[in-house]
Ligand binder design. Structure first.
Ligand code: F6P
Length: 293
């Protein structure tokens, strides 16, 4: 079979391990790697990497075949170009590693007659069909590392600091990081400024350097800092956006195990002749499962 693989949407550590595992377990097939995700299929950007090239990248963040967010794919012209290139290259199965947008794209490509397999990869952990998405563990670990480093300085000056973490519209990263760094408050979509104020005032009774975690896309970080300054006398408040460090660096041990598990199940099922499915992690079963698409 001709099997194409792409990484699509936001990158996350573990994607390289997933790619390497797919490549090695599907080696009896003709594997075609398109770079730059869906945009790369539209532009017919096929790249060649040996199994050894992929092996070197296994633990690194990012994705060796590169990703993209393709606005062209959202147009009829771009979508049709994508399908026609998949047909021209005689692709029997397209494997998409990606997030929510890529999940929707996968379903659309299947409807156009190209069999697909979807693997959930997004640091946001917001694909509801899977309890875990590749990239989450590393993103949380990187954010904790960043905050612990910055906060040693905050402690030296008795400063209160608000740390904004990624997650798009999902609170999973914020909640996990908050617990790990003993934050006095985790500000998510449903939070109120008054609740934060109460928590910080209380924390300041015993801790001169309170930590606040803020989920991105909920409230402006400077507005929140100003609110604390306006309402707590003599507070020295700072803010820091954790940002892309969450997507970079090296995959955690858990990430590598999960990425390997997703790719192993996907390739086992493909080798058995299955298609049009996604691989998911089910917390209640403690295992990887497949779901029809
Ligand atoms: O979806 C992953 C993510 O890192 C989000 O957490 C964040 O909001 C967004 O991507 C950033 O997007 P971009 O890489 O396009 O700046």
């Amino acid at each position: 079979m001709n099997i194409a693989i792409i990484g699509s949407g936001g990158d996350g550590a573990g994607m390289n391990e997933c790619l390497y595992t797919l490549y090695s377990k599907l080696k009896k097939h003709n594997i075609m790697l398109f770079c730059h995700g869906l945009q790369g299929i539209i532009n017919n950007e096929i790249v060649n990497y040996s199994i050894n090239d992929l092996k070197q990248e296994r633990t690194k963040g990012g994705i060796i075949i590169k990703s993209s967010r393709s606005s062209e794919f959202m147009t009829d012209k771009g979508f049709n170009k994508c399908i026609s290139n998949l047909k021209k290259n005689k692709i029997d199965i397209l494997i998409i590693m990606g997030g929510n947008g890529s999940y929707q794209a996968t379903k659309k490509i299947i409807q156009a007659g190209i069999p697909c397999v979807f693997i959930p990869t997004t640091i946001d952990n917001d694909i509801k069909q899977s309890d875990y998405c590749i990239g989450f563990s590393t993103a949380v670990t990187n954010a904790i590392d960043f905050i612990q480093k910055v906060n040693t300085s905050m402690q030296a000056f008795d400063r209160t600091c608000i740390y904004e973490v990624m997650g798009r519209h999902c609170p999973d990263i914020a909640n996990s990081v908050s617990k790990a760094v003993n934050a006095c408050f985790c500000f998510v979509g449903t939070s109120k400024k008054t609740e934060l104020l109460k928590a910080v005032k209380n924390e300041l009774k015993t801790n001169t350097a309170p930590i606040i975690i803020l989920q991105e896309n909920t409230i402006n970080i400077d507005e929140l800092k100003q609110y604390l300054q306006n309402n707590i006398k003599n507070i020295d408040a700072k803010s820091a956006v954790v940002g892309y460090v969450q997507r970079g660096g090296f995959a955690t041990k858990k990430e590598l195990k999960m990425a390997n598990g997703f790719a192993t199940l996907a390739s086992t099922l493909i080798n058995k002749g299955e298609k049009n499915f996604m691989v998911a992690y089910d917390n209640s079963l403690n295992n990887f499962v497949s779901k029809n698409l």
